[in-house]
Design a binder for this molecule. Structure first.
Ligand SMILES: [Zn+2]
Length: 182
């Protein structure tokens, strides 16, 4: 396995549409190795997810996993999920603001409105269909990652750029302001 180089904001690959992956390609050893490399890269950089565009490959595949992630200490756990050719549609008009970060926008956080529930149709890494309704944080990560496959970055979804913050300032000013329980 290998840790892949992550494209940062400004690289054109983050603004391009990824192409669907055929069932034959999904079963190929090369594709399976690429998925393994994406998982290893996501874990190396403590990402909650990673889309192929972010590692300079324009194929519709993303990986998601949240498990005791130091970048998201309060996030609920999400088991390792590989999505190939995902199609995501909102199943509610309800939208919720939440903080997001991105390995392609290092050391930044911004408040992003997202649908609180989405219908997800995709294939898994073996080519088996996935068809489910995801809610809340899982729904947010799915929307973030599938956006990447269409050349969209979270900052495009922000309605109020005044929340866009460097991590140190976010920890100092925003967390203190929004989670002052004691
Ligand atoms: Zn991202």
């Amino acid at each position: 396995m290998a840790i892949l180089k992550v494209a940062r904001l400004g690289h054109p690959v983050l603004r391009q549409d990824a192409a669907p992956v055929s069932p034959e390609e999904i079963r190929s050893p090369e594709f399976q190795r690429f998925v393994d490399d994406m998982v290893e890269t996501m874990r190396e950089y403590n990402g909650a997810g990673l889309a192929a565009n972010q590692v300079h490959v324009l194929k519709q595949v993303c990986v998601i996993e949240v498990h005791e992630n130091p970048r998201y200490p309060d996030a609920p756990a999400i088991p390792l999920t590989v999505l190939v050719n995902p199609v995501v549609t909102a199943v509610t008009d309800e939208v919720e603001d939440g903080w997001e970060g991105c390995l392609s926008v290092p050391d930044m956080r911004g408040m992003v409105p997202r649908a609180t529930a989405v219908h997800l149709q995709a294939l898994d890494r073996d080519g088996n269909p996935i068809d489910l309704v995801a809610k809340e944080f899982f729904a947010r990560v799915i929307q973030h990652e599938t956006d990447h496959l269409h050349g969209i970055v979270y900052v495009d979804r922000m309605e109020d750029l005044s929340t866009l913050s460097h991590l140190a300032e976010w920890n100092r000013y925003w967390i203190g302001a929004t989670e002052q329980d004691d």
